[in-house]
Design a protein around this ligand. Sequence first.
Ligand SMILES: Cc1cc2nc3c(=O)[nH]c(=O)nc-3n(C[C@H](O)[C@H](O)[C@H](O)COP(=O)(O)OP(=O)(O)OC[C@H]3O[C@@H](n4cnc5c(N)ncnc54)[C@H](O)[C@@H]3O)c2cc1C
Length: 561
Amino acid sequence: MFQQAPPTLGNQYEDDSLLRSYLERNVPADTLREIEPALAEMGRLAGGDLYQMQLADRLNEPVLTQWDAWGNRVDRIELTALWRAAEKIAAEHGVVAAAYEQKHGRFSRVHQCALAYLFTPSTDIYSCPLAMTDGAARTLLGSGNQSLIERAVPHLTSRDPQEFWTAGQWMTELTGGSDVATSETIAKPDLTQNSEGETRNWRLYGRKWFTSAVSSQIALTLARPEGNPPGGRGLALFYLELRDEHGRLRNFTIDRLKDKLGTRKVPTAELTLDGTPAQLVLGTTDGVRNITPVLNLTRLWNGISAVSLMRRVVALALDYAHKRSAFGALLSEKPLHLDTLAGLQAETEGAFHLAFMVAELTGRAETKEIDEEQSALLRLLTPLMKLTTGKQAVAVVSEALEAFGGAGYVEDTGLPQLLRDAQVLPIWEGTTNVLALDALRALGTDDRALKALNAEVSRCLGSVHDQRFAEPRRVVQMALAHAESWLAAAREAGTPKLEAGARRFALTLGRAMELALICRHAQWLLENGGDVRAISAARRFAASGIDLITLTDSLPGAVQH
Ligand SMILES: Cc1cc2nc3c(=O)[nH]c(=O)nc-3n(C[C@H](O)[C@H](O)[C@H](O)COP(=O)(O)OP(=O)(O)OC[C@H]3O[C@@H](n4cnc5c(N)ncnc54)[C@H](O)[C@@H]3O)c2cc1C
């Protein structure tokens, strides 16, 4: 009787020619030699033990116990076995720490992102707490608050699982996740704890509506010190530790865990803060501005997670194509099936290059090896990358499920969950629209960031000589020229026109940048004996919709409903 072999994964580093060739092109050879064993080990885990653990843990979810048998409020969260293992592996392999140990200078961030990219898809989004942990470490280090730095950063960046802490980011309230300036949480000075006059401690009162990974040890949050004005400026950034020395929550309750479409291993909670002790991170105002370093890093992690999920479904679909027959031949021999998979691969490559470009620039910023043009580029590419890759992840994972036929729709293959998990990527850490508007802000008044993007694209295209890149080159140039002319006309037409077209404008910039990066890498591969299929990827990507600015965007008049 016929028995279908399931798709399997090999070493996820060794099998990933894109990651390996990217590192070879971008990272100095001696650095690559130093980091490669750790990447190969993570690749082994991600395609081996951790992947098997993930499949075995599929039906388990975190459990919130609010009361003990004797009527005490306990609000305990039991994580699943996969997440407990993931936390230990993340610490031991330095998935946060690698960026802070700075063993490889500005390449430390690329190293860390490569680890995260390999690790994430086998952990059911354990990247969520790690992203916030990374963001908290960076924010505290930049705050100059020495006592908080000494207290928390060694834990957040530890490789010892016993010492390792994760952090939450409690921003979203019922009033808004995008518009956090409307937050209602109030901070009152804690006079009883401070007899010396200076108010160091505060107590927070309010409701936090989405708090992921509430199993963490610390959180950064926003609250309005009593008497402060409304709006984002009136909010302050606070640090808090969730539990006291007896393991009890410090004056807040976990009201319930969200019942979500995906990311079901992530304990995302609704909280009521009722006098929760907290400390100011820096200053009693400007909390929204001061929490920006968290957002920049969680957006980078979001992009890396998006690429990692794309890579995972493509790896599984490719393997399956070599195991599944239809109409007398393997799927891997069917031209139309191969064409479908090649389209998914091209999208994955574009997203990969853009996400890792942001990683590279972030690494430069962290080691202060960044010039003005690169800073402007990083500011613009962060929202563009997050919004572009988030959309690509949902489309790629959705299409890839079809490559398994009915099996892609069946839960115990582990495949449908990838689509549900991918669907969060365009929503959290800034929705597509909110980031498109942020990209407009990033352009500034002098369009320095757009000039920086154009300059980077020109450098990419300038390095491309093979004639087969002529069409992709033309597509990039036309798309950017159209984006610029649209921007000028929309500015002229006024804010409603500009905002209405912002998403298509941002996606056009994001996809054009991706195509230029694919071309640069493909040219390098050609010159270095690499995979010539990268040229096909560039040509295919060029034909898959780069310029998304439509005729309606150029029409005069009001926004249509
Ligand atoms: C699984 C999950 C986990 C989360 N974890 C956390 C967490 O740990 N910490 C945390 O703080 N938050 C968390 N969030 C919340 C998340 O960040 C917010 O849901 C998100 O930022 C959107 O905010 P909102 O839900 O209030 O939607 P809204 O802001 O109400 O947005 C609704 C729609 O309006 C659009 N929109 C909003 N403003 C504009 C505008 N100016 N122009 C055009 N369109 C606009 C948005 O794009 C969106 O489509 C989590 C969310 C999810 C789903």
